[in-house]
Design a protein around this ligand. Structure first.
Ligand SMILES: *Cc1c(COP(=O)(O)O)cnc(C)c1O
Length: 404
């Protein structure tokens, strides 16, 4: 086994060597600008880009013309929300999203609120899912867009997008979906989901960093956007700028590999995940699964270990790259807003660990991680007076703590 072990595949994934191989010729040999219409260099680059566009479209079952290249999911989210709000401002000024979205959505919404847009942040249920009835209730005659993610990046919970899509269609409201965590991991079909816009990114599916896509529906309805970057009118006028040809080739190859390998890969990863979950639940009392038990990504496991600080746990298992539910966003250590939105208390949110498995995670690495985790939790609990008191049957809520 090689250390450190990478178990943080929700943050980013290593590139697949087959992706790198596909990209290499496009740096030096085939360096053309895909927008150069007058010579062989340009034609060659354009042809390769269009082939990649097809590979990407195939993975989500759309037409290649509906793919707009961006720099990543953050930009796709910005373009979708800001582009729709500006284009449809005559129609209304209200959008609907939910509290557990990625920062790329929440911060974009905050920025839109400053411009006078009204945003409804729907709560989620205990298992992390948005209730489609709540979406229906939130829609007004001023609603122009609903944006709900496909699967959450912390807890892996998969939202009922197809049901929300049905409601959006009935009401004539556009639906955007940040599908960054779902694409390439679970089957995604824009028709089944009834989405009009969808964001995703290459570096979470074993492709290179710095390239992503926005799916923009062309028919039923034809979605229009105000571009957020002006320039040469690339990408059907929606996103100007010279296309990063090698990155796009890599993104295309990554999508092709996901499409081919997903059925086998997802099963293998989910089985490994289930084994670890069972082992932890068997060996450790007071460990709690965060998120939905079944409607979740195959490679996600998020568990809170009561009486243990997630950060301390990470320090105790330094040879494994994991993520905890405490986001060191500012000077203060804030517990994860996603876990808080599920109603998880601040203590348990601080004690959560996210395991993010991936294509290159081996059984050996995974078993090692499980064993080390159990050991570390046990050791930290041995040092915890709170855990000891709880085991002695003292109700911690009734304890009068001395205030200094
Ligand atoms: C990673 C992630 C993003 C950001 O993607 P970038 O390509 O890094 O900008 C957006 N949304 C979700 C759900 C993500 O997991």
């Amino acid at each position: 086994m090689k250390f450190p072990i990478y178990m943080d595949n929700h943050s980013t994934t290593p590139m697949d060597p087959r992706v790198l191989e596909a990209m290499l010729p496009y740096f030096i040999e085939k360096f053309g600008n895909a927008a150069s219409r007058n010579h062989q260099f340009g034609w060659e680059a354009e042809e390769a880009v269009e082939n990649a566009r097809k590979q990407i479209a195939k993975l989500i079952h759309c037409d290649a013309k509906e793919i707009v290249f961006t720099s990543g999911a953050t930009e796709s989210d910005n373009l979708a929300l800001k582009g729709v709000v500006e284009m449809y401002k005559e129609k209304g000024d209200h959008i609907i999203t939910c509290t557990t979205e990625h920062r790329a959505i929440l911060d974009t919404c905050k920025s839109l609120e400053k411009r006078g847009i009204k945003v409804t942040y729907l709560p989620v249920e205990k298992d992390g899912r948005v209730n489609p009835d709540e979406v229906r209730k939130a829609i007004t005659d001023k609603t122009i867009l609903i944006s709900i993610m496909l699967a959450n990046n912390e807890i892996g919970t998969i939202h009922p997008i197809a049901e929300i899509g049905k409601i959006a269609k009935e009401k004539g409201v556009l639906l955007h979906c940040d599908a960054t965590q779902g694409v390439g991991k679970i089957p995604v079909d824009v028709e089944t989901l009834k989405v009009d816009l969808m964001s995703f990114t290459s570096h979470k599916i074993y492709g290179p960093k710095g390239v992503g896509a926005l799916y923009v529906r062309k028919k039923g309805p034809r979605v229009r956007l105000v571009p957020q970057i002006d320039g040469g009118g690339h990408e059907r006028g929606m996103r100007s700028g010279t296309l990063p040809v090698p990155l796009i080739i890599g993104f295309g190859k990554a999508c092709e590999l996901c499409e081919q390998e997903m059925p086998v890969e997802s099963k293998r990863i989910a089985a490994m995940r289930d084994r670890l979950q069972a082992q932890i639940m068997k060996d450790l009392d007071e460990s709690y699964l965060n998120g939905h038990p079944t409607e979740r990504l195959p490679h996600n496991l998020n568990i809170s270990f009561a009486y243990v600080e997630g950060e301390a746990l990470l320090m105790g298992v330094k040879e494994v790259a994991l993520s905890s539910g405490s986001a060191c966003t500012s000077a203060t250590l804030e517990p994860s807003y996603v876990l808080r939105a599920l109603g998880v208390g601040s203590d348990l949110a601080h004690s959560s660990i996210r395991f993010g498995l991936g294509r290159f995670t081996t059984d050996e690495e995974f078993d090692y991680t499980g064993k080390r985790m159990v050991e570390a939790v046990k050791r930290l609990r041995e040092m915890s007076p709170l855990y000891e008191m709880a085991k002695e049957g003292i109700d911690l809520k009734s304890v009068q703590w001395a205030v200094h």
